[in-house]
Each structure stands twice: as C-alpha cells, then as structure tokens.
Write a protein of this length. Structure first.
Ligand code: FES
Ligand code: FES
Length: 180
C-alpha cells in the first residue's frame, strides 16, 4: 500500500515551506537511545522518526490519523505518530518497531505474528504490533473483544484480521510469567 500521489505531493510541498519560527532543540529517547536534535515546530513525529532518525519501520498510510500504520509507543502508550508534532515529544520516551526485538531475537509478539500468519504485505504490521503491545503490557490474557478493540485503530487491507487476533492471543500466552 503506497501513499497516494496527491498526498505525496502535499508532503513534498510541505517539506519545501521555509521555517517560520526557527527550530527547537528536543531531547528524547527512542528505543533506549537518547537523541538531541533540532526540529522545526511543524514537523510531524512520523516524519521526524522516518526522515531524521531513519527508522523507516514506522509507516505512513494516510497522514490523517485513520490507518494506524504510523503507530508507535509514546511513554508506553500506542499513539499515531502522524497526529503528534515532534516538538511535543521533548523529554519523552518512544518505542518504534525497530526497538522491540532484543539480542537478535524477535519479540514474542513478532514471533506469534510469524507463526499465526498475522501479516501478508506487512505494511500495517509495525503499527498493529505496537498497538497489541500496549494491550499485552497490561493484559496478557485478553479476550477477543479486547484484542479487536485494541487494534481497532489499525487498518489491515490483507488479512481479514482473524489471524492478527489469533497472533495477539498467542503472544499473550507467550508473555505470561512462567511460559517458555
Ligand atoms: Fe495513517 Fe498515521 S499515517 S494514522
Ligand atoms: Fe497488508 Fe495488513 S495491510 S498485512
């Protein structure tokens, strides 16, 4: 799923607008690493993550807060990063999809998505995984309703959602104390 041409042109045009108010220096932690960066007030968090930090696992599907492809964790909460300005994250902690695997091993949610075929093209997957992570951090035995509610802001055009729901449930089992 690519960005529509009209929207791509609008983003390119926005990138050419000269700064009005100068840039602010922000300090934030992304995937455990602290960054100090100048950022213009109009820059969206998703663009900062992708363009400045080069963490391109955070995707842009709509740029309007609808699709969820840009979901990240902001201080542990799933947030659509196209709805937040980068300057608003000064002093905060962000986790992107690049930050959840540890020591070369996939996160249990990623393993469960792989095993339960919770993805096809994969475009929505980083956002869905992070939305699921917020849920599983507080509820590792979620009901199907809880899972569907947690991922309700994330559009998937491929899977029909059932395999995603199965994967999140399986991930919860893996994340329970004493499992594996
Ligand atoms: Fe679609 Fe952010 S890009 S919700
Ligand atoms: Fe293709 Fe979800 S949009 S796997």
């Amino acid at each position: 799923m690519g960005m529509p041409t009209k929207r791509r042109k609008a983003r390119a045009k926005r990138a050419r607008i000269p700064p009005e108010n100068g840039s602010h220096t922000i300090i934030l932690t992304v995937n455990g690493r602290t960054y100090t960066r100048p950022v213009e007030p109009r820059v969206l968090l998703v663009d900062f993550i992708r363009d400045d930090l080069r963490l391109t696992g955070t995707h842009v599907g709509c740029d309007t807060g609808h699709c969820g492809a840009c979901t990240i964790l902001l201080d542990g909460h799933a947030v659509k990063s196209c709805t937040v300005l980068a300057v608003q994250t000064d002093g905060h902690q962000i986790t992107t999809i690049e930050g959840i695997a540890a020591h070369g091993r996939m996160h249990p949610i990623q393993e469960a998505f792989k095993e339960h075929h919770g993805l096809q093209c994969g475009f929505c997957t980083p956002g869905v995984v992070l939305a699921a992570m917020e849920l599983l951090q507080v509820e590792n035995a979620p009901s199907e309703d809880q899972i569907r509610t947690a991922i309700s802001g994330n559009i998937c055009r491929c899977t029909g959602y059932q395999n995603i729901v199965d994967a999140v449930a399986a991930a919860g089992e893996r994340m329970r104390p004493g499992s594996g």
